[in-house]
Design a protein. Structure first.
Length: 269
């Protein structure tokens, strides 16, 4: 007869003080017990109001449903879920399980469980600017200066996008350690890139050594030329003033002007 959320009933003739305010929906209702589930009706109509029934309805919370046996809200059985106010509990889809005491069902990373107005449900993409990784129950907003990073759309992301030289740690963006590198939206850092002599790696790209410093190929940082000398040939060697030369980086310039080229031994110290 409908009205499945009704828990109990009573009847009385309150015409016109109460019945006049409502439309008659069911006529000739007969109940054998105090439970609404025991009630029946006939299709005939009469104008008597002594059998008019007043229902007490219950709205059950998420993960619960109204039992027709007890007229009380009880928890959904295992594997079933329901939103607030639902009459029956729903089975989770194949491959999904009920979570949070039957209030929701599990979804793949990047997706969230969503109930519609008819209390049916499905997994939907996390909104743009949010993410949901394995084990998370809700879509979470990406931190400041990051974005959701799905490559095909702005929704349904499992992580947030970090700038080059950083990686997503699961909770935020972290800088790559010295000697490693990453591109934008990386989930991990990899080995650093090898730069030409006269350049160094600055976590994201190769840069020229500043004036007065030099480097070998593959260097992570540049080395300052000794006092009294300056960098030459694009930062690949240190040169002394006329009248002096350099036989060792640590000893600096001595006598005759000479062009000194770095050796791996010099940079090792």
């Amino acid at each position: 007869m409908g009205f499945s959320s009704a828990s109990s009933w009573s009847n009385a003739n309150s015409w016109p003080s109460l019945q006049d305010n409502y439309q008659i929906t069911l006529d000739n209702v007969v109940c054998s017990t105090t439970s609404w589930s025991s009630c029946t009706r006939t299709s005939s109509h009469n104008c008597g109001h002594g059998e008019d029934v007043f229902l007490r309805c219950i709205t059950c919370g998420p993960g619960r449903y109204l039992s027709s046996d007890t007229g009380q809200c009880v928890s959904c059985p295992g594997g079933l879920a329901s939103p607030e106010g639902a009459l029956p509990c729903r089975a989770c889809p194949s491959g999904s399980t009920a979570l949070n005491s039957g209030t929701t069902c599990s979804c793949s990373p990047g997706m969230i469980w969503s109930w519609d107005e008819e209390h049916w449900s499905s997994c939907k993409d996390c909104p743009s600017g949010t993410y949901k990784d394995e084990g998370m129950l809700t879509c979470t907003a990406c931190p400041l200066n990051t974005t959701s990073s799905d490559t095909t759309s702005s929704a349904g992301s499992t992580h947030c996008s970090c700038q080059a030289g950083m990686y997503w740690s699961g909770e935020g963006c972290q800088y790559c350690t010295q000697g490693s590198v990453s591109q934008e939206a990386a989930l991990q850092c990899s080995g650093y890139c090898s730069c030409h002599e006269g350049m160094h790696w600055n976590k994201t790209r190769c840069e020229n050594c500043t004036k007065g410093s030099v480097s070998l190929e593959g260097a992570l940082q540049c080395q300052e030329c000794p006092a009294g000398s300056t960098s030459l040939q694009g930062g690949i060697s240190c040169g002394c003033p006329p009248g002096s030369n350099m036989e060792d980086m640590e000893l600096g310039c001595k006598d005759l002007g000479f062009l000194y080229r770095l050796s791996p031994w010099d940079l090792q110290g």
